[in-house]
Design a protein around this ligand. Structure first.
Ligand code: SGN
Ligand code: CA
Length: 536
């Protein structure tokens, strides 16, 4: 080739580069919102190395920001999702618990993004009892969904059973949409929503063997007797020893429970096991039996000698093996999506968020599940990267909430948020300007009476203190000193030393209830509505 041709190619390449640079500056960012179900921050290595490694999820923090005090407004699945989509607290969006269907007259941020030129898609778990509005494409699990060979509700083809492991299927759907299906002329909002690591914690076949042989360190509060707390902690049904299902959760075969005389923890204990493994095909079942039968045999041998302490320790290990085994697939999936963005020139102009619908107890206070305002369930993992806006490797300790995402995404897309949204955009924090972002977070949990029996409560959390009111069938206040009692073991509400703080916190809580338009009248209204729902 001649020198002239080389020059033309070189000039062409130069101007092509200039042009892409220009359009990129003016282009609105894509948003990839990754959310898992019940993924505790204690099980992400960017937060702590104690339990497991999540190298791919960690990449988001390495290239972006790690939030150490991100928290939710109501620590339960569908309500958290409703808060995220509407940018409003549960008492205003109406989705107070998992029982009521989501009110689709709410305006959600994906609807606004779609109306403003974004291509939108959702894959995985939503848990609303109805399909999402504002999405050009969706494939969602009905209700909780299944780990093996799950059904999906699809926008275009109705209900469909898809063979395979749920985390891998959701990842494949996501990659397929990113690579082949979306309109490449438009910026996009993509919700990639895992079912894992939700109860009953079924890992993928490739992780069975690896995780069942692992041992994990116990939390210091595994044997908590809740002596320093009120009746809500004592009466909650989330204890690993007494409330976790032997078959459904710990994977002891129902016939072995009978052989050993083990009673069901719940009426659906054995049934859950049959449902779970019942969905596997012959091949999946073979791999399952090869691993879990050995575990069962060993358990049969040891059970008669086991004290309650031994049982608790054993159940904790069993729980962690399956729970963390589920997270291994989530982490692999996140890695694939991040690789895809990188390899397809999408990395520069895409915001990636990793979070969970709430935190989760991994044996702390002897518990599994969530619901409480206490730290492990109140806080949630949050990692965000946005090249060019968020400095790589940065950390933030402000009390950001799931309430804030809607306004953040709308602002990133240049769309004005509706005036009645109740969060704050996180963009100042991204830019390193978010000092004193929120001095107090408001929290309100409703699903009672119901599974796990966590009493209704609302409260306020500041950097230093937490004030909680448990109500409905009790009227109890609890106050925790977050600096001197990190594990929240001692309610100091009646300690005279805290009288002044108690009064200040009460005042602040009252003001916050007013600010967010929550009230005793609404508390009563929701109790009444719940009764009607149960009656109906
Ligand atoms: C199921 C689980 C509960 C869990 C709720 C809500 N029981 O009922 O342990 O708290 O879902 O979870 S199970 O035996 O059926 O697995 S949520 O994430 O959807 O809020
Ligand atoms: Ca959840």
């Amino acid at each position: 080739i001649s020198i002239a041709t080389v020059a033309i190619i070189a000039i062409g390449m130069f101007s092509f580069k200039q042009a892409t640079k220009k359009t990129q500056e003016g282009r609105r960012p894509n948003i990839v919102f990754i959310m898992s179900d019940d993924h505790a921050y204690q099980a992400i290595s960017a937060y702590s190395n104690r339990l497991t490694q999540t190298p791919n999820i960690d990449r988001i923090a390495k290239e972006g920001m790690l939030f150490s005090n991100a928290c939710v407004t109501n620590s339960i699945c569908a309500p958290s999702r409703a808060v995220i989509l509407t940018g409003k607290h549960s008492h205003l969006n109406g989705k107070i618990d998992n029982n009521f269907p989501f009110d689709t007259t709410n305006i959600t941020f994906p609807q606004l993004l779609q109306a403003n030129g974004y291509e939108t898609a959702m894959f995985g778990k939503l848990h609303f009892g109805n399909s999402p509005k504002g999405f050009d494409e969706f494939k969602i699990l009905p209700d909780q969904g299944d780990y093996y060979n799950p059904d999906f509700i699809t926008k275009k083809e109705g209900k469909k059973k898809i063979m395979g492991y749920v985390t891998d299927i959701i990842t494949d759907m996501t990659l397929n949409w990113l690579g082949k299906e979306r309109d490449k002329e438009k910026p996009f909002f993509l919700a990639y929503l895992h079912k894992a690591p939700h109860r009953e914690w079924l890992p993928a076949e490739r992780h069975f063997k690896e995780f069942i042989n692992k041992k994990f360190p116990e939390p210091s509060t595994l044997f908590d007797k809740y002596e320093g707390r009120g009746s809500a902690s004592k009466q909650a049904e989330m204890n690993l020893l007494t409330h976790m299902n032997w078959a459904g959760d710990s994977k002891i075969k129902p016939e072995n429970m009978d052989k050993l005389g083990i009673k069901e923890s719940h009426p659906y204990d054995k049934r859950n096991y049959d449902y779970t493994v019942g969905r596997m095909n012959a091949e999946q079942r073979k791999v399952w039996d090869a691993t879990y039968d050995n575990m069962n045999e060993e358990f049969i041998k040891n059970y008669p000698k086991m004290s309650d302490t031994d049982k608790m320790k054993w159940r904790y290990q069993r729980y962690m093996q399956d729970y963390l085994g589920c997270i291994a697939s989530v982490d692999e999936g996140v890695g694939k999506v991040l690789d895809f963005l990188k390899e397809n020139g999408l990395e520069e102009n895409t915001i990636v968020i990793y979070t969970s619908d709430q935190g989760f107890y991994l044996g702390e206070h002897g518990w599994f599940d969530k619901r409480f305002i206490f730290d492990e369930s109140f806080k949630t993992p949050l990692l965000i990267k946005w090249p060019g806006v968020i400095k790589a490797g940065s950390k933030n300790s402000q009390m950001v909430q799931n309430l804030d995402y809607a306004q953040t995404f709308l602002e990133a897309a240049g769309v004005k948020p509706p005036a009645d949204m109740q969060g704050e955009s996180l963009i100042p924090i991204f830019k390193g300007q978010g000092k004193n972002f929120r001095d107090a977070a408001y929290y309100h949990y409703y699903e009672y009476p119901g599974i796990h029996m966590v009493k209704r409560h609302y409260g306020i959390v500041t950097e230093k203190y937490k004030l909680v009111h448990f109500y409905h069938d009790v009227d109890e206040w609890e106050l925790y000193d977050r600096t001197n009692d990190k594990n929240e073991l001692k309610n100091v509400y009646n300690d005279p030393k805290y009288a002044k703080i108690k009064a200040e916190m009460h005042k602040k809580l009252t003001a916050l209830r007013v600010k967010y338009k929550d009230s005793e009248a609404l508390d009563k209204m929701y109790i009444e509505k719940y009764k009607q729902l149960k009656r109906g």
